[in-house]
Design a protein around this ligand. Structure first.
Ligand code: F6R
Length: 247
């Protein structure tokens, strides 16, 4: 299903409320909550609202286990552009999450250790019975995570090469495209599909063309987000502008 909100703030509050409800329900049952998290500009207001709910409304992150979708490769965790830094600054440093339960792909590994790391990432998610909820943004290439055009529907966590357009879109963060890593470690499309609920968020007219393809286009590895049409557990959460190309 597709849900369209008047603006991204209202949409972000709704998504944060769903996450908070899930966490509280699981805590009441004495169970951990497993969340798949995204970086980028799209989820920032969701995380800000989760921080507010923690500070003002007693939402605790005790027992919350997180797996981030991706990380640049190579990437040092303390670099300003790392997804570790992003998550700490935008969420983890401001809530009571147990950092030993936070998982983000390791951008520091030597190349010959990456494959084993990726298998272990999959195994950890599997062992927890899959993720309760996966949050996604969408790139202008149609990527989810860093599953660029050409990704297979059953792909797992792996080292990938970033699309040229994705590196262009990241160039501001890195002070020039030449500084953007050419690779990343990402959960696969298959990994994402194991989540019991998936929420893809997109804001602004800039995303309208790719949102249209993702929601209404032919299902194809050329636009990996189209694979989400095959899942019964996906909700596309859009603002008016991102939804403006839908028929
Ligand atoms: C980030 C990720 C990417 C982004 C996408 C959109 O962890 O997996 O797929 O969600 O590139 O980025 P923004 O939100 O910056 O437009």
């Amino acid at each position: 299903p597709v849900t369209v909100y008047a603006d991204q703030r209202i949409a972000s509050l709704a998504v944060a409320a769903r996450i908070a409800t899930l966490i509280r329900k699981k805590q009441a049952a004495g169970e951990p909550t497993t969340l798949g998290l995204a970086t980028g500009v799209t989820p920032i207001q969701v995380y800000a609202e989760l921080i507010r709910l923690h500070k003002e409304e007693g939402l605790s992150f005790k027992g919350v286990i997180t797996f981030n979708l991706d990380e640049y490769y190579p990437m040092k965790p303390d670099a300003v552009q790392s997804y570790v830094t992003f998550m700490n600054e935008n969420l983890f440093d401001h809530v009571d999450i147990d950092k030993s339960l936070v998982h983000i792909p390791d951008g520091t590994l030597p190349q010959d250790k990456v494959a084993a790391f990726c298998l272990e990432y999959e195994r950890q998610i599997e062992e927890l019975g899959g993720l309760d909820l996966q949050i996604l943004g969408i790139g202008r290439t149609g990527h989810i995570g860093f599953n660029e055009p050409g990704s297979a529907p059953n792909s797992g966590t792996r080292l990938v090469t970033l699309d040229d357009l994705t590196r262009n879109d990241a160039s501001r963060d890195f002070g020039g495209k030449q500084n953007v890593p050419t690779k990343a470690i990402t959960m696969g499309v298959g990994t994402i599909f194991k989540a019991r609920e998936i929420i893809l968020m997109a804001w602004s007219a800039k995303k309208a063309p790719i949102v249209r393809k993702a929601v209404e286009g032919e299902i194809s590895g050329e636009v990996p987000a189209t694979f989400l049409q095959l899942s019964d557990n996906v909700e596309f959460v859009l603002d008016k502008d991102a939804a403006s190309g839908l028929t």
